[in-house]
Structures are given as C-alpha cells and as structure tokens.
Design a binder for this molecule. Structure first.
Ligand code: HEC
Ligand code: HEC
Ligand code: HEC
Ligand code: HEC
Ligand code: HEC
Length: 297
C-alpha cells in the first residue's frame, strides 16, 4: 500500500491564464502577462509553456511531467488503482500534464503556492494515520534545515531556477548526498554515513526506496551478508533505520561478518524497489539501483 491523502488537501490552486503570444523569457512581466483566467488546465498550461519554452523543456524531461505516466507508477497503479493515487499523480485528470506548471504556480501572479513542496511531498497513510511520505518533517530535523528544498532541487541554470528535478536516477546527486566510510573490527564491519549534500533522510520520498549494504569474502559465495536500511512498515510503522532520518549528522551500521585473516569487500547500493514480494527483503523486485560507495578491507 502506498497511500494517499484526502482529496481536499490535494485541491489544486486554479491558475489565471496569461495573455497569449510568445514573449522572451527575460523581458519584464507586465500587468497583463499573467492575468485573466480562461480555459482548461491543459489550455492554460500550454500558454505557460509557449512563453517559457526553456523551463517547459526542463519540465517535460522531469518526472513531475510524467507523474501520471511513468512506467513505474503505471505498474504500481495497476496493482492498486485507487482514486487517491490519481489525486496526486494525475491532479488535473489529464495524464499528459501530470504535475504541471498550473499545479505548482498560483493564480494571476504566477507566484508559488504557499507550501511549494510539502503539500505533495508529505502525506498520511490512506486511513489518515502516520505518514506515507515525510520528506518535509525529515527536512525540518535535518542539519540542512536552513537550506530550502528549492536551494538543492532547483539550482539556477542559465539564469533561471531549473525545473528538471533530478533525484534518485541521478548518480552524481546520489553520491553527493553522504560520505560513506568503512572499518573492520572483531565483531564485524562498520559502515559510517556522514551528511554532505542531503537535506532529509537518505533515501527519502517513496516508501520503497532503500539502501543495501553488502559485505563478503571475495570468491566465497556463502559468506555474503546484507543489511537493508529503509522503512519497514511490516515491522510497525515506526521502524525506520534510514540514515539521517532523526536529524543526526552521522549514522553507523554494523554488518555482522568475521573472517579472520581474509580480505572483505563491501558496497552500498541505493535501490528503488518496485514491489516487495514478501517480508524477506532480499526477494524484492528492484526497479533501479545505483552504487554509492565500495571498497576492500
Ligand atoms: C499526496 C500525494 C501522493 C499520493 C496520494 C500518492 N503518491 Fe505516489 N508519489 C508521490 C510523490 C511526491 C512521489 C515522489 C517521491 C519519490 O519518487 O520518491 C511519489 C512516488 C511514487 C512512485 C515512484 C515513482 C517512480 O518513478 O519511481 C510510485 C510507484 C508511486 N508514487 C505510486 C503511488 C500509488 C500506486 C499511489 C496510490 C496507492 C500513490 N503513489 C499515491 C505522491 C503521492
Ligand atoms: C504572454 C507570455 C507569458 C505567459 C503566457 C506566461 N508568462 Fe510567465 N512570465 C512572462 C514574462 C515576460 C515574465 C518575466 C520574465 C521572467 O521572469 O521570465 C514571466 C515571469 C514569470 C515568473 C516569474 C515571476 C516573478 O515574480 O519573478 C513565473 C513564476 C511565471 N512567469 C510563471 C508562469 C506560469 C505558471 C504561466 C502559465 C500560467 C506563465 N508564466 C505564463 C511571460 C509569460
Ligand atoms: C502538486 C504536487 C507536487 C508538488 C507541489 C511538488 N511535487 Fe515533486 N513530485 C510530485 C509527484 C507526484 C512526484 C512523483 C513523480 C513520479 O515519479 O511519478 C514528484 C517527484 C519529485 C521528485 C523526484 C524526481 C525523480 O527523478 O525521482 C523530486 C526531486 C521532487 N518531486 C521535488 C519537488 C520539490 C523540491 C518541490 C517543491 C519545489 C516539489 N517537488 C513540488 C508532486 C509534486
Ligand atoms: C541539502 C540539499 C537538499 C535539500 C535541502 C533537500 N533535498 Fe531532496 N534530495 C537531496 C539529495 C542529495 C537527494 C538524493 C538522495 C535521497 O534520496 O535522499 C534528494 C532526494 C529527494 C527526493 C527523492 C526522490 C526520489 O527520486 O526518490 C525527493 C522527493 C526530495 N529530495 C524532495 C525534497 C523536498 C520536498 C525537500 C524540502 C522539504 C528537499 N528534498 C530538500 C538533496 C536535498
Ligand atoms: C513542482 C512544482 C513546479 C512546477 C511543476 C513548475 N514550477 Fe515553476 N517554479 C517552481 C518554484 C518552487 C519556483 C521558484 C524557484 C525559486 O524560488 O528560485 C519556480 C519558478 C519559476 C519561474 C521563475 C524562474 C526564475 O528563476 O526566474 C518561472 C518562469 C516558472 N517557474 C515557470 C514555470 C513553468 C512555465 C512551468 C511549466 C512548464 C513550471 N514553472 C512548472 C515550481 C514549479
């Protein structure tokens, strides 16, 4: 179950349409530029796109635009076709728009909604309890709480705030999140995570994101030990061992493996789980995986 929020909290801010016609992106806004309301969300969105072509290209390449159509979502929705899901992933009931200009930007002024990210990136389970995603809460606890979401996720590129929103498919961004080191002692291997450029838990977002730590004696298949860090709702909602979720600057994880006199190889993977097939974490279907760090001890 991925879950959702009541429709009321998803009600999207209607947007005033702008006068038509292509205008250069950097010319000064006029009173009439972002004025009167007309048309469906799709028509209004097309107007934003025609006057802001560079931002439109970035948005079209982002998962916000694809929030109702990306194949991972489409498969999850096929398993659990709840109206709740569409309320967030397909807010205008038009899958060509997904999370659009008119979903985020306010009426008339084109200014942002009051809570630009938290409205959609923090929400409870379907029964109204707990939190299905809690990125805003994690951010408030983070050592980087004073840096806004926009500061990290919308860097200024060619003179404007980028609308590309890369995240868990971007190896560079993921590897910048934390520095990861290892050490060996008599009771196993210790992996230490220290915050670098991440402003919430690692990983954040969807409940099926997780880290896998793997340690083994090279060439000895049976020696492999794996530890998964993530949210384990099957063990109770509060079971959450993601690094930095508690606002700490460091997280240390022990992997119980002892192999006196032998070398050990280790690695840390970021995994996007498509479907947890059973309570046994090693059996999940993995949709995507990026290696964050690796080494030999
Ligand atoms: C309140 C808004 C909201 C609701 C309701 C919601 N989601 Fe999401 N969903 C998100 C956000 C925000 C993300 C992005 C976080 C991430 O990618 O880690 C996301 C990410 C996902 C992803 C990962 C997509 C990818 O490309 O990797 C899947 C799959 C998904 N949701 C499925 C669902 C399903 C199925 C439902 C209904 C049972 C649902 N969601 C309900 C907001 C919502
Ligand atoms: C007729 C052309 C036109 C249309 C249509 C248009 N804009 Fe703009 N917009 C401009 C111009 C010109 C500026 C000022 C230059 C700039 O900041 O890029 C601007 C500025 C902006 C700004 C920055 C405002 C600020 O105070 O800094 C945002 C945000 C924005 N537009 C969003 C939108 C959205 C969302 C839509 C669709 C509802 C839209 N625009 C439609 C021409 C247009
Ligand atoms: C109207 C709802 C909505 C708003 C507002 C919103 N998002 Fe999202 N966001 C989503 C949904 C839905 C997804 C999931 C898209 C998917 O993968 O299916 C998502 C995905 C993302 C992703 C993941 C992209 C990836 O490649 O995995 C990032 C990062 C993100 N949002 C950041 C932000 C930030 C930062 C803000 C505030 C400036 C914001 N979002 C505002 C709905 C929203
Ligand atoms: C200090 C920089 C920083 C700040 C501040 C920050 N983020 Fe992130 N964000 C990252 C990094 C790095 C990642 C990739 C690692 C991860 O998933 O934790 C990420 C990942 C994400 C994802 C994961 C999407 C996916 O693909 O699964 C979402 C959603 C997201 N951030 C939203 C937000 C929101 C919303 C805020 C503000 C409440 C925020 N971030 C604040 C750096 C930051
Ligand atoms: C996920 C939410 C989201 C979506 C979708 C989105 N925007 Fe934005 N946009 C923002 C935020 C937040 C800012 C403010 C960034 C900042 O504070 O620097 C912004 C800023 C802007 C600006 C001013 C950029 C600058 O640096 O001068 C323009 C113009 C704009 N958006 C247009 C659009 C258009 C056009 C679309 C659709 C093609 C769109 N936005 C889609 C959230 C969004």
């Amino acid at each position: 179950m991925r879950s959702s929020v009541p429709y009321s909290t998803l009600t999207l801010i209607g947007l005033a349409a702008c006068a038509g016609g292509a205008v250069h992106e950097r010319s000064p806004p006029t009173e009439t530029t972002h004025a009167t309301v007309v048309g469906s969300p799709m028509e209004r969105n097309a107007k934003c796109e025609s006057c802001h072509p560079t931002i439109a290209r970035e948005w079209r390449a982002s998962l916000h635009q694809q929030s109702a159509t990306d194949p991972v979502y489409a498969r999850a929705f096929a398993r659990e076709p709840l109206p709740f899901c569409s309320g967030c992933h397909d807010p205008h009931a038009d899958s060509s728009l997904g999370t659009a200009c008119v979903s985020c930007h306010d009426t008339k002024t084109a200014s942002m909604r009051a809570r630009p990210c938290a409205d959609c990136h923090e929400f409870p389970f379907p029964d109204g309890t707990g939190k299905m995603q809690l990125t805003a809460t994690e951010h408030a606890a983070s050592v980087h709480a004073s840096r806004s979401c926009v500061n990290c996720h919308m860097p200024v590129t060619n003179g404007h705030a980028s609308h590309r929103f890369p995240a868990s498919r971007d190896p560079t961004m993921l590897r910048r999140a934390a520095s990861i080191t290892s050490s060996r002692s008599s009771d196993g291997v210790r992996i230490t995570f220290s915050v670098r450029d991440v402003g919430h838990a690692l990983p954040t977002g969807d409940i099926f994101r997780r880290l896998q730590i793997e340690v083994a004696v090279p060439g000895e298949d049976g020696s492999r030990r794996r530890v998964f860090l993530g949210r384990k709702t099957k063990l109770g909602e509060a079971h959450d061992d993601r690094p930095f979720v508690d606002g700490a600057q460091h997280a240390e994880v022990r992997v119980p493996i002892v192999a006196p006199g032998k070398p050990l190889v280790w690695r840390v993977l970021y995994e996007r789980v498509e479907h947890p097939t059973s309570v046994d974490e090693s059996e999940a279907e993995i949709e995507g995986c990026i290696e964050l760090a690796a080494g030999t001890l």
